[in-house]
Design a protein around this ligand. Structure first.
Ligand SMILES: Cc1cc2nc3c(=O)[nH]c(=O)nc-3n(C[C@H](O)[C@H](O)[C@H](O)COP(=O)(O)OP(=O)(O)OC[C@H]3O[C@@H](n4cnc5c(N)ncnc54)[C@H](O)[C@@H]3O)c2cc1C
Length: 391
């Protein structure tokens, strides 16, 4: 292939685009990836690094989650790059009875699917996390999950894809898409024009605006999420800790804070999340967001009052009105594939990227992906912000 042509052209270098670059290069394809900024600089590099299990949807989604978790166990070796993978418990702290009942059912469901999970009463919670001020909590739902370094996870996919011959071009925003007769002929960046047999739109929260360049539409929405990281600390926490009412708190609110925290291998605390509805994507921290998260963190861990925050950031968190991903061929196009708005992305992307690669190369659509067909949005009436229930 020439410098400006490829078998597959991928637009967007987050978890989705990078994992697909690896999977497609591994299957012998000439892959070219265009990323507007740096690889992983979108939402992926800003995540909390949780390989989530606790919030699995009930039904077939659970099989993808468990398969993804198993896949992650061997992925550092496969990609030949350490991304600080470790199994880590997640504690959902519970105050109210309604959340206790919901999580008790969820834990029973997780246990029935061989996930390690249990309900902890207040005494067991205090024993599990001695530094935590547990007085206001009835207990917690605990689940064994996984944890990794989000930026290194991006680097791992990218490095392996490159070794297999994929060309990953940072600083290459797609600004135009040429379509003739339902076929994407070429894409334009400020400097170059590129063409490929198949084009993948993996631009996360930006996928809606990207598709508009091709005259297509997908109702990608997003919230604006803020987080920060502390200076390194001695060992303090044994689990990722979050609040059971996270989704209730952020649902239908213009601005909300719901604290989540885990200690990284470096000793730093990665602390999430202040959430705001914004009409357009931006990357700025607000004057209420970081102080709000810090205040709630101190309520949980009063001993941290003297700890310094060393870096804060913000990123869009994308979702579709029905809270399901869009994975599949764009209706009306013969060679445009979309993959965005995943649920439990870190856990599921190792498996979903394999399945997507099979589909992109002409294989049948796996049954589990049928619900994610982007065609479902072509006629439906779409709810706006009020439809948001989760990340
Ligand atoms: C604070 C926070 C914490 C989170 N924590 C977790 C967690 O613990 N576990 C988990 O699984 N998920 C978590 N998530 C969600 C997770 O980060 C996202 O689901 C995931 O990163 C989405 O990956 P992506 O590849 O679809 O999108 P992105 O990572 O956003 O990648 C899309 C890329 O496309 C690029 N792009 C956009 N437009 C163009 C263009 N025109 N041309 C070229 N490139 C373009 C962007 O620059 C970007 O790099 C969290 C999200 C947030 C905000």
């Amino acid at each position: 292939m020439g410098a400006n042509t490829a078998d597959v052209l991928i637009i967007g270098g987050g978890y989705a685009g990078l994992a697909l670059a690896y999977q497609l290069a591994r299957r012998g394809n000439d892959v070219l990836l265009l990323e507007a900024n740096g690889l992983g600089s979108g939402t992926s590099g800003c995540s909390a690094g949780r390989a989530q299990v606790a919030e699995s949807h009930r039904g077939s989604h659970m099989n993808v989650v468990l398969a993804g978790l198993a896949r992650l166990e061997a992925l550092e070796e496969e990609l030949d790059f350490g991304f600080e993978w470790r199994r880590l418990g997640n504690l959902m702290l519970i105050e109210r009875d309604e959340h206790w009942h919901w999580w008790r059912d969820q834990v029973a469901y997780l246990q029935a699917h061989q996930a390690q999970a249990e309900m902890l009463d207040a005494a067991a919670l205090a024993e599990a996390e001695p530094q935590l001020d547990t007085r206001r909590f009835r207990g917690a739902a605990w689940c064994l999950e996984g944890h990794l370094n989000p930026l290194k996870f991006c680097q791992a996919w990218a490095g392996s894809a490159r070794r297999l011959g994929a060309r990953l071009l940072a600083g290459s925003p797609v600004t135009g898409i040429e379509v003739v007769g339902g076929r994407v002929l070429a894409v334009q960046t400020p400097a170059e024009r590129y063409s490929a047999g198949t084009v993948l739109a993996t631009a996360g929260a930006w996928t809606g605006e990207l598709l508009r360049l091709a005259g297509a539409s997908l109702p990608v929405r997003f919230t604006h999420a803020e987080a920060f990281v502390s200076e390194p600390l001695p060992p303090l926490l044994h689990n990722h800790i979050g609040l059971a009412d996270f989704y209730d708190t952020i649902h239908n609110q213009a601005r909300a804070v719901s604290v989540g925290v885990a200690q990284q291998q470096s000793g730093a605390l990665l602390v999430t999340e202040a959430v705001e509805k914004t009409p357009s994507i931006h990357r700025a921290n607000s004057i209420w967001g970081i102080p709000g998260i810090a205040r709630d963190l101190l309520d949980l861990l009063p001993g941290l009052a003297a700890v310094r925050a060393v870096r804060a950031w913000a990123a869009p968190s994308p979702f579709l009105p029905d809270e399901q991903p869009a994975i599949g061929w764009m209706p009306g196009f013969t060679n445009l594939f979309v993959a965005t708005c995943f649920h439990l992305t870190i856990t599921t992307i190792p498996v979903l990227s394999e399945w997507m690669a099979g589909m992109i190369l002409g294989g049948p659509r796996p049954e589990l992906l049928a619900d994610f067909d982007p065609a479902r949005f072509q006629t439906a009436a779409l709810p706006g912000w009020a439809g948001r229930k989760g990340k």
